[in-house]
Design a protein around this ligand. Structure first.
Ligand code: B16
Ligand code: MG
Length: 211
């Protein structure tokens, strides 16, 4: 086997919370009369909450203090967390769940590398609360993707060197983070178009052919 561990991004790889992020940011944008659409939302993938807010505010004419910005980010998160309440174990696809089991049966360690501060809440809702060998997320990093910190921490938690781990990502920022950290990466969805991705996969199951 080429790798001893797989580090998964969460939003967009293990589950689809992008719709909830979209709806929550849309509410913030509408309140401020800022134009916001799915295309802009795509730029928020893998990016931290405060950096996402800055992208949303690119089309805002007024001036906001740091305190006002923090309040907006907090409000967005409240909407988002309310939407997450709708998630259940049924939101974990059979393909993802089967593939995780098969990867583990091959002897691979499995970890999460997510920019989200809600990662553990989401894993809990999906019934994966204690499934992974390590969870590195927005709560244990200073710099989010495309900085490699979240993946380097995941490797450290697993006590593995980056070259023994494969990162799976749906966002360009995540593929770049993996490359900067010395990890090979598998790009899925939009990230499959990234030149820097070591492998381009069409579906989650294809990972079984990569490791
Ligand atoms: P939160 P990932 C990322 O998760 C999302 O893709 C990104 O859209 C979001 O802004 C970021 O988490 C922070 O999320 O507001 O919940 O802390 O793709 O790295 O798993
Ligand atoms: Mg993602």
């Amino acid at each position: 086997m080429k790798y001893q561990a797989v580090i998964f991004d969460l939003d967009g790889v293990i589950c689809s919370t992008d719709r909830y992020h979209y709806l929550a940011w849309k509410k913030i944008a509408d309140d401020l009369h800022i134009y916001f659409d799915e295309k802009i939302n795509n730029r928020l993938r893998g990016v931290s909450r405060m950096e996402s807010l800055e992208i949303v505010l690119e089309r805002y004419d007024g001036n906001l203090t740091e305190e006002e910005k923090r309040a907006l980010a907090e409000k967005k998160n409240q909407f988002y967390v309310e939407l997450l309440e709708q998630m259940t174990e049924k939101d974990l696809s059979a393909e993802v769940s089967k593939t995780l089991v098969e990867l583990r049966e091959k002897g691979l360690k499995l970890a999460i590398g997510s920019s989200s501060k809600n990662a553990k809440r989401i894993l809990g809702r999906l019934g994966l609360g204690s499934y992974f060998d390590a969870v590195s997320d927005g709560t244990n990093i200073q710099k989010s993707k495309p900085e490699p910190e979240v993946f380097l921490k995941a490797a450290e938690f697993l006590q593995m060197e980056p070259d023994k781990c494969l990162v799976v990502e749906d966002a360009e920022a995540g593929i770049e983070a993996a490359a900067r950290g010395g990890f090979d990466s598998a790009g899925i969805g939009e990230a499959a178009l990234c030149e820097e991705a070591s492998y381009k996969i069409e579906s989650f199951r294809d990972l079984l052919n990569v490791v």
